[in-house]
Structures are given as structure tokens and as C-alpha cells.
Design a protein around this ligand. Structure first.
Ligand SMILES: NC(=O)c1ccc[n+]([C@@H]2O[C@H](COP(=O)([O-])OP(=O)(O)OC[C@H]3O[C@@H](n4cnc5c(N)ncnc54)[C@H](OP(=O)(O)O)[C@@H]3O)[C@@H](O)[C@H]2O)c1
Length: 330
């Protein structure tokens, strides 16, 4: 039975990674924090490991005592923060710590997958609307993206680490909480648009992403990086139409000027700093919301892993809405 360690196992993507690993017959260790929710980690076959990603020496000892894993998927990450230092600490420094601890423990896995983000490359050209290509020079314009890129660059500098980097675009599906807010507002009868220019969006359904991760772990491909999307590009208005169809409402459209969205993000960010919470809308998020071109090249992914998404947006949103309804989120 192959052994796999998944960090960030308590989160949205991580919990699906754990479930799929169990379905495929792996011995799955869920890397979590002491404070992590175990809501989606109830299967008794799951081995729990409370890891200290902040201290390399402690982590090295923890990894030694856990024994060698065939595969490590480093999925833990901070997606929402008000401070660049927090993004850097969790997304960059903790990734370094994990890689260093694996090396120091002498328990190097056969493959180490890092769940990065399309944000590490920054948005595509808003004039040409050409897809972001793997050969482009990364130019992340968010603190989040910069922290992911620094982590990638460190991993790529380690010749002994069998790394593979996956850079998902927007991941959606059951349990997800950010795109969910858009579904919720459509359910309440309002479709908010960010600025007048339609945005070209790309997505990957969470079940397709986790299926791909296991295909990539087993494939004879190493030291390469890929963008991960379902292979299609969606106009933001088409996205809204698909959501409205599955929610079963005809929402009122309200177009928010980008200047207004920015002001709200700055204000909420300032309130968050004062009152000690991280709002969904904050200055770094504004830099994501204003982007008009999130198209990215997915042909290399399809070719190297023979990967074809099973879910387009229509099917994925339908399944997600069903889940949100069953769980009474909608
Ligand atoms: N969702 C997307 O659209 C998307 C797109 C591209 C890339 N990604 C990447 O995919 C990964 C998973 O994201 P997600 O959407 O599943 O986010 P999520 O639901 O917020 O899950 C994040 C996971 O990382 C853990 N984590 C956060 N801060 C940590 C810290 N300081 N120390 C240790 N663990 C920490 C969380 O643990 P707790 O439960 O204890 O907080 C949680 O398990 C991230 O690396 C993210 O950057 C996501």
C-alpha cells in the first residue's frame, strides 16, 4: 500500500485529496494543525499528523518518526491575508521548511507535488487576451502570487527533490467558500459584476484537480510545472448565466465600478487590520478581481498526463449547487 502525506488536509482541496487517496487504496496521512477543523476528515482510515511547518528541526523529527512516504502533496497554503509577511511565511517559508525537513529526515519521497497557483504567474495580457503560457516570464501582481512564486523558485533550486508543480486556476466545488458567495448572492437575486469589461475566467472542478494530482504522482514525469484548468475559457457573464440557471433565478445585474470595488476592499482591509479578522474582500483580492484575462495554456497538462477534465463549468456548478442545497448552505 503506497503511503501519501497531504498537507493542508483540513481545507477545501485537501479534504478531497484525502478522500480520493483513500478511494484509490493509498495509506493517507492528513497533515494538519492542532487547530484545524476535522469536519471533512472523519474517515477512520485517515492517519492524522499534526505538523509544525514553522520549525524545520521539529518538522524533521516529525517526518522521521512518521517514516518514509512514497508521495508528499504540499497543499497547505494561505489564500487570504492582509499582510505580505503572512503570505510569505506560510506559502513560501513553510514550503522551504517542508522541503528542507524532508531532505534532512533522509525520507525523500518518490514525488513531491506542490500545489501552487496560476497567480504565481500573474494575469494574462488584457489587450491581446492571449493565454498565459508556461514559457512566459512570471509577473505576479498579488502578494499571494509572489509568495507562491518564491516557493516554486526554491523547490526548483533543489536537484535532489523530485518536485512537480501544479498551478490551478480557480478551483470550485462542494465545500468551497469564496465562489460560493457569488452563488449565494445570485440566490438572493443579485448578480454583481466587477467593472464594465467582461472577464475571461478559467476554472477547474475540485474532483478533476484531485484526480489529476494522483495521475501526476504515478506518471513518469518530474521537475516540471503546469497550469491546471478544465481546458475551457469562460466569459464572466457566461459564468453568471450558468450559476443563475442552476440556482433557478433571474438575478438583477448590478455593475460595480472598479474604483468602488477597490475602495470597499481597502476599507474592509483596514477594518480587518484594526479588528483582527481577514475579510473575503481585501486589497490583494482586488488585484485578482480586476483582472480581465485568466486564460492559461493547458495543452502540456493534457499531453503529459493524458488529462481531460470530466467536469465543465455547467456540470461542476450543477453538482456544487446540489451539494450546497443538501448541506443547507443555499
Ligand atoms: N481554491 C482555489 O481557487 C485555489 C486556486 C489555486 C491554488 N490554490 C491552492 O490550493 C491549496 C488549497 O487551497 P484551498 O482552496 O483548499 O484553501 P483552504 O480551504 O483555505 O485550505 C488551506 C489549507 O491550508 C492550511 N493552512 C493555512 N494556513 C496554514 C498555516 N499557517 N499552517 C499550516 N497549515 C495552514 C489550512 O489549515 P487550517 O484548516 O488549519 O486553516 C487548510 O488545511 C492552497 O495552497 C492554495 O493556495 C487554491
Amino acid at each position: 500500500m503506497k503511503r501519501i502525506l497531504i498537507t493542508g488536509a483540513s481545507g477545501f482541496v485537501g479534504s478531497f485529496l484525502v478522500e480520493h487517496g483513500l478511494e484509490l487504496g493509498y495509506e493517507v496521512t492528513a497533515g494538519i494543525r492542532a487547530s484545524s477543523s476535522r469536519r471533512y476528515l472523519r474517515d477512520e482510515r485517515i492517519r492524522m499528523a499534526v505538523l509544525d511547518l514553522s520549525r524545520t528541526q521539529v518538522l524533521t523529527e516529525q517526518l522521521r518518526s512518521l517514516g518514509r512516504f512514497d508521495y508528499v502533496v504540499h497543499n497547505a497554503g494561505l489564500t487570504r491575508a492582509l499582510d505580505g509577511a503572512d503570505f510569505d511565511r506560510v506559502n513560501h517559508q513553510y514550503t522551504r521548511n517542508l522541503a528542507d525537513a524532508l531532505r534532512a529526515s533522509g525520507n525523500m519521497p518518490d514525488k513531491f507535488i506542490f500545489i501552487s497557483s496560476l497567480a504565481a504567474f500573474g494575469p494574462g495580457n488584457p489587450d491581446s487576451m492571449e493565454p498565459i503560457r508556461l514559457t512566459d516570464t512570471p509577473h505576479p501582481d498579488t502578494l499571494y502570487g509572489k509568495s507562491k512564486l518564491r516557493a516554486e523558485q526554491y523547490l526548483m533550486s533543489l536537484p535532489e527533490l523530485p518536485w512537480l508543480i501544479l498551478r490551478p486556476t480557480g478551483v470550485y466545488g462542494p465545500r468551497e467558500t469564496d465562489y460560493f458567495l457569488f452563488l449565494k448572492s445570485v440566490q438572493q437575486g443579485i448578480e454583481f459584476r466587477m467593472g464594465r469589461k467582461p472577464q475571461m475566467l478559467t476554472f477547474i472542478y475540485v474532483r478533476d484537480l484531485v484526480r489529476l494530482v494522483y495521475v501526476a504522482l504515478e506518471a513518469p514525469v518530474v521537475r516540471k510545472a503546469y497550469f491546471v484548468g478544465d481546458g475551457q475559457v469562460y466569459d464572466s457573464r457566461e459564468y453568471a448565466r450558468i450559476v443563475a440557471r442552476h440556482i433557478g433565478r433571474k438575478p438583477l445585474t448590478i455593475t460595480l465600478p472598479l474604483g468602488f470595488v477597490q475602495a470597499v476592499c481597502v476599507l474592509l482591509g483596514a477594518l480587518g487590520k484594526v479588528f483582527g479578522f481577514t475579510p473575503t474582500l481585501h486589497p490583494d483580492k482586488y488585484r485578482v478581481l480586476r483582472v480581465t484575462n485568466w486564460n492559461c495554456e493547458t495543452v502540456p497538462l493534457a499531453e503529459d498526463f493524458d488529462f481531460k477534465a470530466e467536469y465543465d463549468l455547467n456540470r461542476g456548478v450543477e453538482e456544487s449547487v446540489g451539494w450546497y442545497r443538501r448541506e443547507k448552505w443555499l
